[in-house]
Design a protein around this ligand. Structure first.
Ligand SMILES: Cc1cc2nc3c(=O)[nH]c(=O)nc-3n(C[C@H](O)[C@H](O)[C@H](O)COP(=O)(O)OP(=O)(O)OC[C@H]3O[C@@H](n4cnc5c(N)ncnc54)[C@H](O)[C@@H]3O)c2cc1C
Length: 381
């Protein structure tokens, strides 16, 4: 048995890498255990980019966190001499009958963020790649864009190691046992370790550790792809924003061309295909590409060139689509971190701070009540 750690981080993906870095930055004796390679493509965080939107229609309690995350991504990029955040502006486009624009606008007003409301004609005039029905509307927010997700995980993990964090990639955690002394014991396929506390950030594998969350944190198979546009100039930065598109076919999203010659498009966001992360079909199937083309053919026809790559990824959805961030009931030394529901990566930088605070017995300066476990009627409450 090695000397006890202050904290063990279980799962070094988006949230785990940021937490490992932040704990090491605070001078803590910290161990990160990851069952695959760092930056692997088996979980929820791979695929180069993740959108960051500030007009947060999902709920105003997210906005102070996303503002801090946005600041941190820029600061971390400067610190490590790389770019982790690309600002392109974000455009949320919706079909009639939904209040996403109103909710995004309310968030902008409350936090004094710049925004513009656009009708379909104004959107098509500004971004000629879009073909929209007349009654569609959108909200443009100039400060959003995308986080370089793969790069962020590698950068933060390497920085944590440079600061003294221990890293055990390719080691699988099998069990976490709360101890009478207030600490925890972590058993893996290679050894046993003890720590004052554990941050449990295993992404879509969360129910393997906490079976009571089955049905509450449900993994879903998702696909995204890179298409070579017929007219690439329409999709260049400046000409084309990062966007979400809520249409009858589903909820899609995409990014302007950046480094990669393919236009990245994902969706239908929240398409319901439950899966187990250990048995998921990772190869793409013909219907995956068809699902993405359903969006492109009607709304972005100039993107309808060949699909260069189609990838599979996993959302871990809660019934209300809010995160789970809490202490394990009866064992507060174990901090559960499941910030996903398809929109969590942008927060990883601030989650590093929040999860570090929680694992060290401190109170983060955010309203985390929407993310508590006791909002569900599971037997672990
Ligand atoms: C297709 C797609 C598009 C998305 N788009 C966006 C977006 O535009 N903007 C946004 O903000 N969010 C987006 N999200 C959501 C976001 O990517 C997730 O919220 C985020 O990646 C979750 O990070 P995580 O650290 O919880 O999970 P992961 O990054 O999957 O990390 C969990 C880690 O735990 C490890 N692990 C699991 N079990 C064990 C074990 N037993 N032992 C050791 N290690 C273990 C896994 O191997 C993994 O590395 C998207 C998600 C998907 C799938």
């Amino acid at each position: 048995m090695t000397k006890p750690y202050d904290v063990i981080v279980v799962g070094v993906g988006g949230m785990g890498s940021a937490t490992l870095y932040e704990l090491a930055r605070r001078g803590k004796h910290v161990l990160g255990i990851e069952r695959y390679d760092i930056g692997h493509a088996m979980g929820s965080s791979h695929g180069e980019t993740r959108m960051i939107r500030l007009a947060y229609f999902e709920g105003q309690s997210y906005v102070p966190m996303v503002l801090r995350a946005h600041h941190l991504w820029q600061e971390l990029g400067k610190k490590f001499n790389t770019s982790l955040l690309e600002i392109t502006g974000t455009l949320d486009i919706i079909e009639p009958g939904l209040d996403i624009v109103e909710r995004g606008e309310a968030a902008c007003k409350k936090f004094d963020l710049p925004y513009e409301l656009l009708d379909a004609d104004a959107i098509m005039k500004r971004h000629s790649a879009f073909v929209l029905p007349k009654d569609y509307r959108g909200l443009f927010q100039p400060d959003g864009g995308f986080v370089m997700s793969d790069r962020a995980i590698m950068t933060l993990t390497a920085a944590a190691v440079d600061l003294g964090a221990e890293l055990h990639p390719r080691e699988k955690v099998i069990d976490i046992e709360p101890l009478q002394n207030g600490g925890a014991r972590v058993k893996t396929d290679a050894g046993t370790y003890e720590a004052g506390s554990v941050v449990l950030s295993p992404g879509p594998w969360i129910t393997k550790f906490i079976p009571h969350l089955t049905g509450v944190a449900q993994p879903y198979r998702q696909v995204f792809g890179w298409f070579r546009p017929l007219k690439p100039e329409l999709f260049s930065r400046g000409q084309f924003p990062s966007f979400t598109l809520k249409i009858p076919e589903g909820h899609y999203y995409g990014f302007p061309l950046h480094g990669n010659p393919g236009l990245k498009v994902g969706g239908p966001h929240h398409g319901r295909e439950p899966c187990d992360p250990d048995t998921l079909i990772r190869e793409n199937r013909p219907k995956d590409e068809v699902g993405l083309r359903d969006c492109l053919s009607r709304y972005l026809p100039q993107a309808m060139g060949p699909a260069l790559t189609i990838k599979t990824c996993i959302y871990t959805m809660t019934p209300d689509e809010d995160f789970i961030i809490d202490h394990l009931p009866g064992a507060p030394q174990i901090v559960i971190a499941s910030p996903c529901s398809g929109h969590g990566f942008k927060f990883a930088s601030v989650m590093g701070e929040i999860l570090s605070d929680l694992s060290l017995g401190q109170t983060p300066p955010y309203d985390l009540s929407p993310f508590r476990l006791d909002r569900f009627s599971t037997s672990i409450n």
